[in-house]
Design a protein around this ligand. Structure first.
Ligand SMILES: NC(=O)c1ccc[n+]([C@@H]2O[C@H](COP(=O)([O-])OP(=O)(O)OC[C@H]3O[C@@H](n4cnc5c(N)ncnc54)[C@H](OP(=O)(O)O)[C@@H]3O)[C@@H](O)[C@H]2O)c1
Length: 222
């Protein structure tokens, strides 16, 4: 039975990815930062660990708990958008967005990559097309954009370090999805986004270099 790890699975896209992998009979390890969300994940049949990705000891502790797992798929989904205005960024907003979207990846991806390498599997982050530098046509949400561009950079470095051990690194734009972050007027449902991400992960050929994909598998420029 293949194993998937989803980090940040209390709601939205991450939660739906857990639900779909469980429905397909996968073993799923999932994290959430609240105890009641871990209970909900256990009710779906997942093994659950409590983790706030901004907590350095929590990240290191997850590494100990995962020990020498063999992960066919690992997905770092946890993310925040931050302020909806583009004015002068407050220190607290900057720290919250960068710590959640970037610093956590710098701590977690080196822990997860060898475990994905054990299975010659796929290591994915939930990025955004807003993080693309080459396809950018708007400056709105600049703090979020900067954080996702930096997240992509961390993933590219992870591929340089671990690609030769069979770790295929993938940054995803999940679509504009009807979640708390995406809002009720967004284009697609979490079900459609999660199904596309899973299908793309399943069909992507192994690669030593990181790739950037839309949820439907189409390429996005870095
Ligand atoms: N929705 C979209 O249209 C869209 C578009 C592009 C990219 N994305 C990206 O896709 C990912 C999922 O987005 P979503 O739409 O599902 O967002 P969401 O509904 O707002 O869910 C965000 C998830 O991240 C978790 N999270 C946030 N901070 C965390 C922390 N410090 N520690 C652990 N977990 C934390 C949340 O947990 P809590 O419940 O504990 O807060 C929740 O499970 C994000 O990385 C987002 O940037 C989304």
């Amino acid at each position: 039975m293949p194993t998937a790890l989803i980090i940040g699975a209390s709601r939205g896209i991450g939660h739906e990815i857990v639900r779909q992998y469980r429905q397909d009979g996968w073993r799923v390890i999932a994290t959430a930062r609240k105890a009641q969300d871990c209970d909900m994940l256990k009710a779906l049949g997942a093994e659950a660990h409590q983790l706030d990705v901004t907590d350095v000891e929590g990240c290191a502790g997850l590494g100990w708990k995962l020990d020498d797992e063999k992960l066919e798929v690992a997905i770092l989904n946890a993310g925040v958008y931050g302020p909806r205005h583009d004015g002068f960024p407050a220190q607290a907003d900057f720290d919250a967005v960068m710590h959640t979207n970037v610093l956590a990846a710098m701590r977690l991806l080196p822990i997860l990559a060898p475990l994905v390498g054990n299975a010659k599997g796929k290591l994915a982050v939930l990025s955004s097309h807003m993080g693309s530098l080459s396809e950018r046509s708007s400056a709105s949400g600049s703090l979020y954009r900067a954080s996702k561009a930096a997240l992509n950079s961390v993933l590219i470095d992870t591929a340089l370090l671990h690609g030769s051990q069979g770790v295929t690194c993938v940054a995803f734009h999940p679509g504009w999805v009807r979640t708390e972050m995406g809002g009720a007027g967004a284009d697609i449902s979490p079900e459609e986004s999660a199904a596309g991400i899973r299908a793309t992960l399943a069909s992507l050929p192994a690669s030593k270099q990181a790739v950037f994909r839309n949820y439907d598998g189409s390429p996005i420029g870095w």
